[in-house]
Unconditional design. Structure first.
Length: 310
């Protein structure tokens, strides 16, 4: 099949590589290069880097709303357009340009978690399972009829990073199978139940600040949901502390945010309900380390009785 691919992050690049092994990818659309990292160096997306490696034609429009950009898509005369975490809305002219329209690979079991951050929101909500839905695109936001759903469990210690990897592995073969069905003409599209839909809002960095008045369970889920981005954090004596790994521990009668124990097992911190044991943290300007290692040089900072900011 003659395919236009549109995507931006690593999750999308995984699908592009699988696609390129079986089909003719005639063009790749990805977000424009943007500043990234501490030095704000202009950086190409993972999809662009892979497309360059594969020698594919690359387009990086800021928008697809203008007539000129839409004319380019139409001129490519594609059989289908595959969209995976692209980051731009496709107008009607683009949706109907390929002979078989556009399909999208989405990291949730639709209609749950439509929107920008389905993987993080499913971990944050404590969902027991996630998956990949492949749908025929329409003008709505992740509202099109579903062509396939592939499911996987969410482990109790799952982070967004680990779930992201799981879904990337599931999505690529599911995409190829769906394309086979579409090409054969035996694909079946199922309408979504809009009454069961939920929306996965884009992650805001301000959400990553830990509120110790919340329950240990809620804080634990947010730590895992924001790992690796934007990383949950708290503050102690004016010092920012990123929290990478933790687990719900014992009950507590101490004040929220108060350190109850600091030893080789980690930092035991009181929460609004129960306590949380932090096992891997990161001090400002330093590397991620096990709490047991940090205590060797900074034990006084995390002394029992000290309290993280509220």
């Amino acid at each position: 099949m003659r395919i236009i691919f549109a995507g931006t992050p690593h999750f999308a690049a995984t699908h592009l590589r699988a696609l390129s092994l079986k089909h003719e990818v005639i063009a790749v659309y990805t977000q424009p290069d943007r500043p990234a990292g501490r030095g704000k160096k202009i950086t190409a997306s993972p999809v662009k880097l892979l497309a360059e490696e594969l020698g594919l034609q690359i387009y990086q429009p800021v928008s697809l709303k203008d007539f000129e950009q839409q004319s380019i898509v139409i001129s490519l005369q594609a059989d289908i357009m595959v969209v995976v975490a692209y980051g731009l809305m496709l107008p009607q002219a683009v949706l109907q340009a390929p002979r078989m329209g556009c399909i999208n690979v989405h990291g949730s079991i639709l209609p749950r978690w439509r929107g920008a951050a389905p993987i993080q929101r499913s971990v944050e909500a404590g969902d027991l399972q996630s998956g990949v839905t492949i749908m025929q695109m329409d003008v709505g936001l992740d509202t099109g009829p579903m062509l396939s759903i592939t499911r996987c469990p969410i482990a109790t210690n799952e982070t967004s990073g680990s779930l992201y990897d799981k879904l990337a592995e599931l999505g690529a073969p599911a995409l190829l199978t769906t394309l086979d069905s579409l090409e054969a003409g035996d694909a079946v599209a199922t309408a979504q139940d809009n009454n069961k839909s939920t929306y996965a809002h884009k992650i805001d960095k301000t959400e990553a600040l830990i509120n110790w008045s919340d329950s240990a369970e809620i804080i634990d889920r947010r730590i895992r949901a924001f790992n690796p981005f934007p990383a949950a954090y708290t503050e102690l004596a004016g010092l920012r502390v990123k929290v990478w790994r933790a687990q719900v521990a014992s009950s507590s009668i101490a004040l929220p945010g108060q350190i109850m124990a600091a030893d080789s097992a980690g930092l035991l911190v009181s929460c609004g309900q129960s306590a949380l044991r932090m096992t891997e943290i990161q001090l400002a300007g330093k590397s991620r380390l096990a709490v047991s290692e940090i205590l060797k040089s900074r034990a006084e900072l995390f002394a029992v009785g000290k309290q993280f900011d509220q």
